[in-house]
Ligand binder design. Structure first.
Ligand SMILES: [Mg+2]
Length: 169
C-alpha cells in the first residue's frame, strides 16, 4: 500500500495563537515553569487528541525544532514525532524571498518526496500553493490558519475531510 499522507505542523500560530491583546487569550494549565517558554500557557491541550485523530503522519515543521517534542508533545499527550530539520541558509533563499516563497516550502517538498501531504501554517500564501502545484507530483493541501485563534474546529474538519478523501483516491 502506498504510504499515507504526511501532516507538517507549524507551532507558532496554529497551536500557539498570537496577534490579539495578550489578556484576551485563554490560559491553559499547568502554568509554564520559570524555565519554560511562557507562551506554552496558550497551548490548548485539547489539540492533542484532535491532531492524533487526523488520518496522517504528524511531523513537526517549526522553528521549535526538537523543543516541540520536549515541551509541547507531553502537554498535548502526543508521542515524540519526527522533526523537520531545516537546511542551512543557501543561495536560493534570497531569490525565494524576493518572489515571496516561504522558506519552509522548498524543504517540505524535498522531504515529502511526492507523497501526499498537508502543511498547516499561519504564513502560507498563494505563492507557496502555486510553487507546490508546479513542483510536487502528489496531492498537497497548504492550509493557512489564522494566528489570532490557532487551529479551530473548522480547520480540523477541513483537514480531516481532505485527508480522508486523499487516502481513498
Ligand atoms: Mg507560524
Amino acid at each position: 500500500m502506498a504510504p499515507g499522507p504526511l501532516i507538517y505542523l507549524d507551532v507558532d500560530g496554529p497551536l500557539i495563537p498570537f496577534g490579539l491583546e495578550p489578556s484576551l487569550y485563554p490560559l491553559f494549565g499547568p502554568s509554564p515553569r520559570d524555565d519554560e517558554n511562557p507562551l506554552l500557557g496558550r497551548l490548548d491541550p485539547s489539540h492533542g487528541p484532535r491532531l492524533k485523530a487526523l488520518p496522517g503522519e504528524l511531523v513537526w515543521a517549526t522553528t521549535w525544532l526538537h523543543d516541540a517534542n520536549d515541551a509541547l508533545a507531553p502537554r498535548l499527550g502526543l508521542p515524540r514525532l519526527p522533526v523537520m530539520d531545516w537546511p542551512e541558509p543557501s543561495d536560493t533563499d534570497e531569490a525565494d524571498a524576493r518572489i515571496g516563497l516561504h522558506w519552509k516550502t522548498r524543504p517540505l517538498l524535498e522531504h515529502a518526496q511526492n507523497r501526499p501531504f498537508v502543511w498547516v501554517d499561519d504564513e502560507i500564501s498563494e505563492i507557496d500553493r502555486d510553487w507546490t502545484s508546479g513542483h510536487h507530483a502528489g496531492p498537497a493541501l497548504l492550509h493557512r490558519v489564522d494566528p489570532r485563534h490557532g487551529l479551530t474546529g473548522a480547520d480540523y474538519r477541513a483537514l480531516g475531510e481532505w485527508l480522508r478523501e486523499t487516502r481513498r483516491s
